[in-house]
Design a protein around this ligand. Sequence first.
Ligand code: ATP
Ligand code: MG
Length: 572
Amino acid sequence: MPDTMENSPVSSPESSPGPTPRPNFIRNAIDEDLAAGRHARVATRFPPEPNGYLHIGHAKSICLNFGIAADYRGICNLRFDDTNPEKESEEFEQAIAEDVRWLGFGWDDRYFHASDYFEQLYVFAEELITRGKAYVDSLSPEEMRRHRGTLTEPGIDSPWRSRSIEENLELFRRMRAGEFPDGSHVLRAKIDMASPNLNLRDPVLYRIRSTPHHRTGSTWHIYPMYDYTHCISDALEGITHSLCTLEFEDHRPLYDWVLDNISTPCHPQQIEFARLELNYTLTSKRKLHALVSEGLVEGWDDPRLPTLKGMRRRGYSPQALREFCERVGLTKKNTVIDMGMLETCVREDLDARTARMMAVLQPLKVVIESYPEAEVELLTVPNHPKDPALGERQVPFARELWIERDDFMEEPPKKFHRLGPGREVRLRYGYLITCREVVKDAAGEIVELRCIHDPASRGGNAPDGRQVKGTIHWVAAPTAITAEVRLYDRLFTVPDPGAQEDFRQFLNPDSRRVISGAMVEPALADSASGETFQFERLGYFCTDRDAEAGAPVFNRTVTLRGTWAKVQGGTE
Ligand code: ATP
Ligand code: MG
């Protein structure tokens, strides 16, 4: 038992305090326990298996476990559930720890591994054997399956169930010593082969594996099963409330059985809650693995993935994810949450705190014939429409500008309030301009608009109060920076890709569009990887880490409104 449990309370999220937590059945249970004096302090844990990267579903579990501990001034441990040497690795472990920190939670020195407890787990197994509560079974896996029975038929006892305590102890010790090949024996709990709950039909507690473990090397030849390990690890760490997802509800009697039959210091309470599922994406580790290993996405941090790494690269902030987990709330019933709800949280967060910038994705040249040739004028503009704390910046204006190609129409319909031949439009923060001439190339493609400006409209207001409905964004050509912009959309075309026979067939072919010749204002030249902005009228964007290699690269984090897929690179 590590003696590091008595630490300072869990760190709360680094940012300003989150929303006030809503009451829920878990909080109610904790309140009752505290009121009844059952615990002096709340202790939870987040127990990831280091066999993949964390995703949005794990974020819910992290926010719940660390959040509860923070609210009750208790502790939350980070514990790696590393009992399967075949699939786990150090790389995953480090990435998981980094992701939990990024989400805003800390564990001080309460950083544990189930493998830290292998010796104690072993001792408890011998205790079970000694009490006649566990036996070594030598049936083949196939025979064991056949003996197990079904939901409607009871199982049958293994012929090895009546081995003597001495024989069991001897065999178990030899299993530990590595004397037997994989699969030749297992240690099973002796509970009830006729139990209506299949988990209680003498579940396997230990299996033989000759594979070395990433932390314990080749010390062990036997490895404990999840159900056996988890409850004991919880008890050893003094966890009070072991929060897990609904599929473990049927395992709770086993959790309790194990703790009731060994001499552990305490008996944590397992409470189940519904998994978080999101539509238009996958939250199964196995399927995410397939997407990455088959090259269907560009790695674990592909901005289209619901992995914490992917969402971070996409520009989602920890605050937005925590807010989302809070809004989703806790239930006892599995439901699928709309992706739009996550996007709303991301949008609200970015709206409040990102600087507005101008960028043109599909540039069309505008020449303002009335503007002096060599002049570059600096306009002082606010970075945020509502929050002066975000400051101001200088935006260059010049005779030649870029505007969005689809902000001009040669034959505009009535409702189109942007630029057209002879029409006047407002350049955001700049001047009112009127289009005089459309220049085309030999193929008939529009290559340039010749315009004039109203010099008295600096800042964008007509001096005589005349109505100019349309406002468009722009970037001055002489100082523009060419950037790559990546427009992300949903990875799947169906709301429930996980329920399809083969999710690969429902990948959205337009989930990633790369625009290489976007023009952005110079203030964006040296933005740091991970910085987020609103590109006026286009959406929220985040500087991609690829920008570190040279040219600026921006990922679209989310559109301005919830109109996904309608926007294909142009304005909304
Ligand atoms: P596996 O099938 O490999 O066990 P897992 O998704 O359960 O996958 P773990 O690493 O065991 O992965 O999960 C760590 C913790 O996160 C567990 O307590 C688990 O219940 C919780 N968790 C995993 N997926 C979700 C989800 N979609 N919603 C809420 N909690 C989840
Ligand atoms: Mg799991």
